[in-house]
Design a protein around this ligand. Structure first.
Ligand SMILES: [Zn+2]
Length: 464
């Protein structure tokens, strides 16, 4: 299909979907995990009745008065079940809270202006470029970069036709995914998801992957990238644990956020019935593999994945005809895409650095306010953007991309390592005291990550 035709279809569907956004939705009650989320959410809401909002068990960051939420749900006999369920996601907590306070809805889905639309179309012609400016693309699409980019890529790879995806369901799925990212997060928002999806596309085009991945692998890779941080609250796992958030209990303090991103994605897949035309075993396989990919972005398991990758490369035994090896390579590609910010050109990389640090410091401010222990890297008085970045690059990013370049020794890999070196030098120039760690990392790149500091890993857990 020509790009003009596709674009017209996108616009028509966009209007139609938005007008249907509030329609009644079926919900698969056999999804036990989602059921537990709802049950625990409900218990939690009820437990707050009569308590002060900042008492133990309420969530200071989300700032929701659970008593009000509870009374809203209780008096909502006519509210469709889906809307009530949605109140229990992080995003819905915030939205409902804002609405109850009379604040305007901040994320309207506008129809694109024709002029901007043309420029966005031009940008998509170079969607495989490592210099792709996702911030500009997001502005040109009026904050809808994730929907437009992902739709375009799925179409470009021929996946819509191949899997006979219903365009209306697909558009609806992508709009819901984008909406369930929190645009008030400085970093973990839909633009980050779009950026990771674009990076994933660049990796999927690398010769080793392009020659071996199946269409099913590519579909999974793109979907995992687009949903990998779904409904991220803008705080990290330790914060959820220490504020007794129910998701920490639900997932037993293990990959809490990643499990939630995955289950949220599965919820939207089922809600939109995107894969209802596929045999049940295939759609279950998609859900399972999506989980395995998203869970791999848990940075606390970074060394485990990196060691496995290194061993495969040392023994030269990665066989991409083998489905499990291809899946492992997809996991590594997603991990790279997730933390590739320091490998982008300085102007893009710098913006990401500022955003992620803003999110850390925001968490630190909340921790200070509520007299909680301040998480590593989150204290704005003890850290700078430069110091945070230099540590992150040295202990987390460089080791991963060094191995990726061994696996895929291409121009793109060299470009990424080049930007990484230059960006680190730029931050080091701003932070003379921290440049020691920078030199250390450069002198022994193969060993610098064997024992990454817990401070840096804690940052990584936010970046994932
Ligand atoms: Zn991420």
């Amino acid at each position: 299909m020509g790009i003009a035709l596709i674009w017209s279809i996108i616009m028509i569907l966009f209007r139609w979907i938005f007008s249907k956004r509030r329609g009644a939705i079926s919900y698969d009650s056999s999804d036990q995990t989602a059921l537990y989320i709802r049950m625990l959410g409900d218990v939690r809401v009820r437990s707050q009745v009569g308590f002060e909002p900042d008492r133990r068990g309420s969530h200071p960051y989300l700032g929701v008065d659970f008593r009000t939420l509870h009374s809203r749900a209780e008096s909502a006999g006519s509210i469709p079940a889906r809307r009530i369920r949605r109140l229990f996601s992080f995003q819905r907590h915030l939205l409902s809270s804002r609405l109850l306070r009379g604040a305007p809805h901040l994320n309207p889905l506008h129809i694109l202006d024709e002029d901007y639309c043309g420029q966005a179309k031009c940008m998509l012609e170079k969607v495989g470029s490592w210099n792709f400016d996702i911030f500009l693309f997001d502005r040109l699409t009026n904050g809808n970069s994730l929907v437009f980019l992902t739709f375009n890529l799925l179409n470009q790879y021929g996946l819509i036709e191949l899997f006979q995806l219903d365009m209306v369901k697909l558009r609806r799925f992508l709009v819901l995914v984008q909406e369930d990212y929190h645009n008030q997060n400085p970093y973990h928002n839909a633009v980050h998801a779009a950026d990771v999806t674009q990076a994933m596309h660049c990796y999927l085009r690398e010769p080793k992957l392009a020659q071996s991945l199946t269409s099913f692998d590519i579909l999974l890779g793109l979907l995992a990238a687009a949903t990998h941080d779904l409904d991220h609250p803008g705080v990290n796992q330790p914060f959820l644990i220490k504020t007794n958030h129910y998701l920490a209990a639900l997932y037993r303090n293990t990959s809490v956020l990643e499990n939630h991103h995955w289950r949220s994605a599965v919820g939207l897949l089922r809600e939109t019935e995107l894969f209802s035309n596929l045999p049940a075993e295939d759609s279950l396989s998609i859900e399972r593999q999506l989980g395995s990919l998203i869970l791999a972005t848990d940075i606390s398991r970074q060394n485990e994945y990196l060691s496995r990758f290194r061993t495969h490369l040392d023994e030269d035994d990665l066989c991409l005809g083998n489905a499990s090896h291809r899946h492992f390579v997809l996991q590594m590609a997603l991990k790279c895409a997730d933390i590739c910010n320091p490998c982008r050109p300085w102007e893009l990389s710098k913006q990401w650095s500022e955003k992620v640090t803003e999110e850390f410091f925001h968490q630190g401010d909340i921790e200070k306010k509520y007299k909680l222990e301040i998480s590593p890297l989150c204290d704005s008085e003890a850290n700078t953007i430069a110091s945070v970045q230099i540590g992150f690059m040295t202990y987390v990013v460089e080791p991963l991309f060094a191995e990726w370049a061994r696996f895929s020794d291409t121009r793109l890999s060299q470009t990424m390592l080049g930007h990484l070196g230059l960006n680190k030098a730029s931050w080091s120039a701003m932070e003379p005291e921290a440049s020691g760690s920078s030199e250390e990392g450069e002198s022994e790149p193969g060993h610098a990550t064997d024992e990454p500091s817990s401070r840096v890993l804690s940052q990584g857990s936010q970046e994932s």
